[in-house]
Design a protein around this ligand. Structure first.
Ligand code: OOG
Ligand code: NI
Length: 462
C-alpha cells in the first residue's frame, strides 16, 4: 500500500479562488475592468503612503493586495447547503455566522464559509457568502410547490465532485492530483449556465414572486454572482467607476470614511443583463436575466459585542434620517447623515482599545523584549512602552450591508416586506452543523496574543 501525501486545504483554497477569478473575468468582462481599476487605485494609494506600504509589506503579501477576498452564491435546498458545507470543508472553509436577510426584504438566510485562524487567513482569505432561499416566505402555495419540485430535481454537483469530497473525508485530505481534479469539478457548480432550466413563462412567474427566486430556481446550478477584490481606497474606486464605463451602486455600504477603519465597507457595480436561452418545447427561446455583478471591499478592525452594538445603534439612527434610495437620488444626504451620526464612534486606536470597542493583538515592543516587568495591567504595560497593540481585521459580513448589495443588484423595488423570521436552528439543521460564532473567534485571537506576551514577560498581565 502506498502512502498518500495530502496537500494543505489552504493550497486547495488558493487554487480554487484563482480558478474562480479566471472563470469570472472570462464570463463577466466588466469585472476584469473593475479589477484593473482596483489594481491601479491600490498602486497609487501605496505610492502616496510609504508608511502604509511598509506596514502592509510586513503583514501581508504586497503582490496579492488586489486579489479576491470573497464571492457569493444562492442555494435552493437543504441538501445543497449540506453538500456545500462538505465541499468547502475540503478547502478549510467553515461556516461562520448566521445572517437573517428576511428582515431586510430578501427571502434568504445565510452564512459565510471562510478560513478560520490567523495562519489560514494569511495563506488565502477567500470566503463565500452563501445564502439559502426561503421558499417558506413565498405566499403563493402553488408556485412554492412548483419551485420546490424544480429544485428537488436538479443536481448541482458533478458526480466526480461528490466522490472527491467523500474521498477527502475518508482519507483526511486530497493528494496534489486529486486536488486539481477537485477544483476543476467544483468549478462546474459555480459556472454560469446560459441555458435556463425552465420556460420563459415559468421564469416570469418566479420573477414576479421575487427576482431572487427566479435567480435560484430557474437555473441548473448556483452561478457565482460576484467576486470581490480588496481595495485600499474604496471612496476612490467608487468615484472612478463611471470613468471606466461601469455604473456603481448609489452608496458605499457600512461605516463612513474614518481615520481608523472599522468592520467592512463595500460597494458594487450594478448587475448586467445577460442573454439566456429558455426551454420551449424541444428547443430554446431567447430571453435574458440580470444577476451578476462585481463588488469591492475595504476591511477595518473587528468590533467587540459592545462596539458592534454601538455600530448597529448609529446605523439605525442614520437610516432614520435618510434611507438610501435605489436610484441614488438621496445618496449625498445619506452619506452626510452617516458621517455626522458616526462622529459619536471613537476614531483613535487607543480609545477603541481602552473602551473595549474593538479587538487587538498584543506584542512586545523592542523595549519589552527581554524586559523584566512587574505584575501590571495591560494598560500600564502599554503606558510603559513594553506592550503594543494592533487591530484585528474583521473577516465577516454585515447583514444591513449585505441586504443593500442584494437589493442594488436585484434591481429597484426588489425589497418586499417579509415578516422578520430569523431561524438559525433551521439553518443549522439544513447545514448539518452549527455555525461558528465570530466574536468568540476574535476574542480568542486577542486572548492568545496577550497570553503569549504574559508568558514572555514572565508575569501576570491583567
Ligand atoms: C450576496 C450579497 C451579500 C456581501 O458582500 O455582503 C454579499 C448575494 O448577493 O448573493 O456578498
Ligand atoms: Ni459580496
Amino acid at each position: 500500500m502506498s502512502a498518500r501525501t495530502h496537500i494543505s486545504p489552504d493550497t486547495i483554497r488558493s487554487r480554487f479562488s484563482a480558478a474562480m477569478s479566471a472563470m469570472y473575468r472570462d464570463e463577466v468582462p466588466a469585472y476584469g475592468t473593475l479589477m484593473e481599476l482596483v489594481g491601479a487605485v491600490n498602486r497609487e494609494t501605496l505610492a502616496a503612503d510609504p508608511a502604509e506600504r511598509a506596514r502592509l509589506a510586513a503583514n501581508d503579501d504586497l503582490g496579492r493586495i488586489s486579489e479576491e477576498r470573497h464571492g457569493a452564491i444562492r442555494l435552493g435546498t437543504a441538501a445543497e447547503l449540506h453538500m456545500m458545507r462538505r465541499l468547502f470543508a475540503v478547502m478549510g472553509m467553515l461556516p461562520v455566522g448566521y445572517y437573517d436577510l428576511s428582515e431586510a426584504g430578501v427571502p434568504v438566510h445565510s452564512t459565510a464559509f471562510r478560513p478560520v485562524g490567523e495562519a489560514a487567513l494569511k495563506r488565502n482569505p477567500f470566503r463565500v457568502f452563501t445564502s439559502l432561499l426561503r421558499l417558506d416566505l413565498i405566499a403563493d402555495a402553488a408556485l412554492r410547490a412548483e419551485a420546490a419540485a424544480l429544485l428537488a430535481a436538479r443536481q448541482i454537483f458533478t458526480p466526480a465532485c461528490v466522490a472527491l469530497i467523500g474521498q477527502a473525508e475518508a482519507a483526511g485530505g486530497l493528494t496534489d492530483a486529486e486536488a486539481d481534479r477537485f477544483v476543476a469539478e467544483a468549478l462546474e457548480t459555480f459556472r454560469w449556465q446560459p441555458r435556463a432550466n425552465v420556460t420563459l413563462q415559468m421564469y416570469h412567474r418566479l420573477h414576479d414572486a421575487h427576482r431572487l427566486i427566479a435567480d435560484v430556481v430557474a437555473f441548473r446550478a448556483p452561478h457565482i454572482n460576484h467576486l470581490t477584490p480588496r481595495t485600499l481606497d474604496i471612496d476612490a474606486v467608487q468615484a472612478r467607476m463611471p470613468g471606466v464605463g461601469i455604473s456603481p451602486k448609489a452608496v458605499v455600504e457600512g461605516p463612513p470614511t474614518r481615520k481608523c477603519p472599522i468592520l467592512l465597507r463595500q460597494t458594487s457595480f450594478k448587475a448586467l443583463q445577460e442573454p439566456v436561452a429558455f426551454r420551449q418545447g424541444d428547443g430554446w427561446e431567447d430571453g435574458s436575466h440580470t444577476a451578476r455583478f462585481g463588488e469591492i471591499e475595504q476591511r477595518g478592525v473587528a468590533l467587540t459585542p459592545k462596539g458592534r452594538a454601538l455600530y448597529d445603534l448609529l446605523l439605525t439612527q442614520t437610516r432614520a434620517i435618510a434611507r438610501p434610495a435605489a436610484d441614488g437620488s438621496n445618496a449625498a444626504e445619506y452619506m452626510a447623515a452617516l458621517a455626522k451620526v458616526f462622529a459619536a464612534f471613537p476614531d483613535d486606536w487607543a480609545t477603541l482599545r481602552s473602551e473595549g470597542l474593538a479587538y487587538f493583538t498584543y506584542s512586545l515592543t523592542e523595549k519589552g523584549v527581554g524586559a523584566t516587568v512587574g505584575d501590571q495591567s495591560a494598560d500600564a504595560l502599554i503606558a510603559k512602552g513594553v506592550l503594543r497593540f494592533d487591530p484585528v481585521v474583521y473577516e465577516d459580513f454585515l447583514p444591513v450591508s449585505a441586504a443593500g448589495i442584494f437589493q442594488s443588484n436585484l434591481g429597484d423595488g426588489a425589497a418586499q416586506d417579509f415578516v422578520a423570521s430569523p431561524n438559525q436552528q433551521r439553518f443549522e439543521a439544513d447545514l448539518g452543523a452549527a455555525v461558528l460564532n465570530e466574536f468568540e473567534h476574535y476574542a480568542a485571537i486577542e486572548a492568545a496574543s496577550l497570553a503569549a506576551c504574559r508568558a514572555a514577560l514572565g508575569k501576570a498581565v491583567a
